[in-house]
Design a protein around this ligand. Structure first.
Ligand SMILES: C[S@@+](CC[C@H](N)C(=O)[O-])C[C@H]1O[C@@H](n2cnc3c(N)ncnc32)[C@H](O)[C@@H]1O
Length: 190
């Protein structure tokens, strides 16, 4: 089933999270006994299934994507993976528009896996949405290997570099950069 979701992602030209990132997401959700999780970047549902597998049995995954077509597939994948519709809240829209509608301090985990240019918005929102002790996980923190290359000045790399630095320098986060997938920046909200 994850294989099907991954194959469909590939057909759409999407980068679903690799198993190392998926297992880390499952671990984070389980360690925090997550009941309420926000995911930005549903895709075809690969990371969503990993998150749901780590969450409490009564937990709800709120997952956001601009593409309704991907989410239709994800909805089917979640069902096939054994998660009824009551376990997921699938919202179509841009992170920028949807995140302000979610409740403050109500979430245990926020996973960001979307457009790099929207990462600053997502991280600001995560600070507001997470309870104290909640965890932010942001995929793509290595910017496809360009993060440490000072000559790399494209907008995505510069944005990711600035976001990572801001989290590292902030008193509000306890961060670690995990070298799995395209870099998973995890940070606990103090
Ligand atoms: C890398 S894919 C997500 C893969 C998914 N997390 C998985 O592992 O199966 C990125 C997704 O983010 C969505 N996306 C890009 N920019 C977005 C935005 N500003 N708001 C919401 N979704 C966005 C894309 O439509 C795409 O489905």
């Amino acid at each position: 089933m994850l294989q099907t979701a991954r194959k469909l992602a590939h057909e759409f030209g999407l980068q679903a999270v690799p198993p190392g990132v998926g297992a880390t997401l499952r671990l984070l959700a389980a360690a925090g006994q997550a009941r309420a999780v926000v995911e930005i970047g549903t895709g075809t549902g690969v990371s969503g299934v990993w998150l749901l597998r780590g969450m409490r049995e009564d937990g709800i995954l709120t997952t956001i994507d601009v593409e309704n077509e991907y989410q239709r597939i994800a909805r089917r994948i979640f069902l096939e993976a054994g998660f009824p519709p009551s376990r997921t809240r699938i919202i179509t829209g841009r992170a920028y528009d949807v995140l302000p509608r979610l409740a403050d301090g109500a979430y245990d985990l926020v996973f960001v896996d979307a457009e790099a240019t929207e990462y600053p918005t997502c991280v600001d929102a995560a600070l507001r949405l997470l309870r104290s002790g909640g965890v932010l996980a942001m995929h793509g923190a290595l910017a496809r290997g360009r993060i440490g290359d000072p000559a790399a000045r494209d907008v995505d790399t510069v944005t990711v570099r600035e976001v990572v630095k801001a989290i590292r320098d902030s008193d509000e986060w306890v961060p670690a950069l995990l070298p799995t997938g395209d870099g998973l920046l995890v940070a606990v909200r103090r």
